[in-house]
Design a protein around this ligand. Sequence first.
Ligand code: C2O
Ligand code: CU
Length: 544
Amino acid sequence: ANTHHQKWEVAYEFRSPDCFQKLAITINGRTPGPTIVAGQGDTIVIDVKNRLLTENLAIHWHGIRQIGTPWYDGTEGVTQCPIVPGETFTYRFVVDRPGTYMYHAHYGMQRSAGLYGLIQVLPPAGMAELFTYDYDRSIILNDWWHKSTYEQAVGLSSKDFTFVGEPQSLLINGRGKFNCSNVRSGVCNETNPECLPYVLTVVSGKTYRLRIASITSLSALNFEIEGHNLTVVEADGYHVKPFVVKNLNIYSGETYSVLFKADQDPSHNYWFAVNVVSRKPNTPTGTAILNYYPNPPRRLPPTMPPYGPLWNDTMYQLNQSNAIRSHPDYIHPPPLTSDRMILLLNTQNFVDGYLKWALNNVTFTLPHTPYLIALKEKLFHGFDQRPPPETYDYKNYDIYAIQKNQNATASTSIYRLGFNSTVDVILQNANTKNPNNSETHPWHLHGHDFWVLGYGIGKFDPEIDPKRYNLVDPIKKNTVALHPYGWTALRFQADNPGVWAFHCHIESHFAMGMGVVFEEGVDKLGKLPTDIMGCGDSKYLKRP
Ligand code: C2O
Ligand code: CU
């Protein structure tokens, strides 16, 4: 196995990814940052220098389980103290499974400011992929706002709540196009080369593997290549039983590989189109160009970009989620029973008049001392020791109505799991504080992959619905959608000693408390590296 050593400088710079200039967070001058390409079993070493001047920093390696290195998961407040300005922190971890993953900031709302990129883990040399293709290409999708993340964060955390609103642009490989006609000149310039569309050149007759990742801060997206079918073959690093779609729904935190063949009329170019689904769109279609060689790469297709499926067709989204099954040759069978079931009701609530998201009426707040350090070093006053609720009053709760008592409590409490136990988590969606409204939440688990046992619409019934679980060929993933008014059932093994965040991957929802934390086997860990220490009660532990 190889070691890949990189040096990253993280800084704010003026950038115009959608032609509108704003401050973006860059890695070595780039947003998206460099793609990490490594082989299975390789070690990644990244020296991260925080040059943000006035902001802390932490970087999470999304989809990498950090087996044996829970302290390098990069989750500020959970696994480490933040990297303070001027400081360099070294992440060191092994990429143990081939597939497509991501990295992004995990401090405040910095992900939204542009700190993100791709990780590609290749199978060991000589070991072929299950599916065949001629070329391997990647696309990372994002949504983009012109307001600074500070303005967004202050709006979200004020009594006089201001939502971040719909994004101004959708970015494909860091490029979008904002209509500058109503913006004063100088700040917005549609001829800026930074916002030229991404072009993928293809040769007629060849088959392409396209790795697609979404790191959006809010939007659920639908991805389409005009006129070309997509065969889904990978999800979050696992082999999918191949199925064909015209377009692919992708939720924040998910990655897919699709195969497509350049089998259309090669005399012109085609659109890549990205559209918002599951929220009423107020963002133009994001576009890029599929260029058939030897047409001029930037020649626009003669058509209008596809506008995608109906944004509020929940059944369309649910059916596609259900179609994602494990490839028969790569089934990792789930344990047939579990030791514990945690049923989490997802609601909007108020805490002291502040709008929050809550699980079983508890809204999550990060402690001053990261959990991993507090637990290992027995600094137990660092967080609330009472266990959070395992369930809610599912017999009497009406998920289609606005919650009667909208008050919730804020807590730093965590779920402590038996080491090696099998845990079921059922996410239950409900009405928000607005009538006839329920949102889509992409839930992401750190440190593990889980089996997706099933989805349903309506209220989960613990007596009946487990009988419908797919225990035959469930896909394993690290991120999964909770559909409006629906439920999603997951199973995982608590076999990775550490402390792990499990949260909605919508940046503003997590900032408003939509997450929980799991702990398992911390007593099995050796000495913690002192470079993760230095904040809260761990000040005194950090010795030079
Ligand atoms: Cu990609 Cu905790 O997130
Ligand atoms: Cu959410």
